[in-house]
Design a protein around this ligand. Structure first.
Ligand SMILES: [Zn+2]
Length: 290
């Protein structure tokens, strides 16, 4: 991921060729260190913590206050699918917006490299277990279910795989997210315990959440954490990540010894790493509104 991160710094203050918007563009916001971003709401609400809001024209530009920052800078967050404009203080926000406008071509070019967003919306397709799967959502509260693709004999047509997720109005996003987290947990838990058993090691806890920078992590105390997005990857990739994290129970590093342990569990380590490097950004597109 690091290769995708780039930084720009303002080259002095030139006369702005954009005027700041008349209306307040950067939200009201609490004091910079009043809270950390709330889980699960990051994509929708940027008026909290150090975040000051989205750009009114390009919603993938986020303004952030960082008191330790020494100047205004722009950083691309590929996993978050956004450009973050950081400023030291609230009073710098108008200048931050001007800077983002000045660099808008640069920002656009990099954001265009990201795979298209796969919003959680009726009729849209998202990756699920490695295949594009259509979301079907009608008003209702029944349990979500996965329907594999099949051939409709009468029509002689292939019906694509579908995720049928009934949802009362306005709740589809949350229901989709919880469904995918549950599915990820149901797949990751047995795989993790299986590989830990093979190594004679104990897993103390398994957490499935929206990790930004890593697909999985393993703490010294046996607590393993995963990104729910792994359920969007093919089964064998999810399986490889479970083996990878279980192997960290033996080797808490990425040495040759570690990879030798992984190889005793699965024969897909190389292919799994390559797949995630090549297609990981598609997993980050799942559920993204922009
Ligand atoms: Zn690792």
């Amino acid at each position: 991921m690091a290769g995708f991160l780039s930084k720009l710094n303002p080259a002095g203050t030139r006369p702005a060729f954009f005027e700041a918007a008349n209306k307040p563009i950067l939200g009201t916001g609490a004091s910079p260190d009043s809270s950390t971003p709330r889980k699960g709401s990051e994509l929708n609400d940027y008026n909290h913590g150090n975040y000051r809001g989205r750009d009114p024209i390009e919603p993938r530009i986020i303004y952030k206050i960082e008191p330790r920052a020494r100047r205004i800078s722009i950083k691309l967050d590929a996993a978050g699918r956004m450009a973050i404009v950081t400023a030291p203080h609230d009073r710098d926000l108008p200048a931050a917006r001007k800077f983002a406008q000045k660099k808008s071509d640069w920002i656009k070019v990099h954001l265009q490299e990201l795979p298209p967003a796969q919003p959680f919306a009726h009729g849209k397709k998202i990756y699920f277990k490695g295949a594009l799967t259509q979301i079907i959502s009608e008003e209702g509260r029944a349990r979500p279910k996965f329907q594999p693709s099949y051939i409709d004999e009468e029509l002689g047509e292939k019906v694509p795989a579908q995720l049928i997720v009934p949802a009362p109005h306005g709740t589809l996003e949350g229901r989709m997210r919880r469904f995918l987290i549950r599915q990820a947990r149901e797949a990751l838990e047995p795989a993790t315990y299986k590989y830990a058993d093979m190594l004679g090691k104990q897993v103390t806890k398994i957490t499935v959440r929206d990790t930004k920078s890593r697909w999985g992590s393993c703490a010294q105390n046996g607590h393993i954490s995963y990104s729910w997005r792994l359920i969007c990857a093919p089964d064998w990739v999810l399986d490889y990540v479970a083996a990878h994290e279980a192997a960290h129970l033996v080797e808490a590093n990425h040495s040759q010894d570690f990879w030798d342990v992984v190889d005793t569990l699965v024969d897909s380590a190389d292919a799994g790493r390559k797949w995630l490097n090549r297609h990981g950004s598609k997993l980050h597109a799942v559920g993204a509104p922009y």
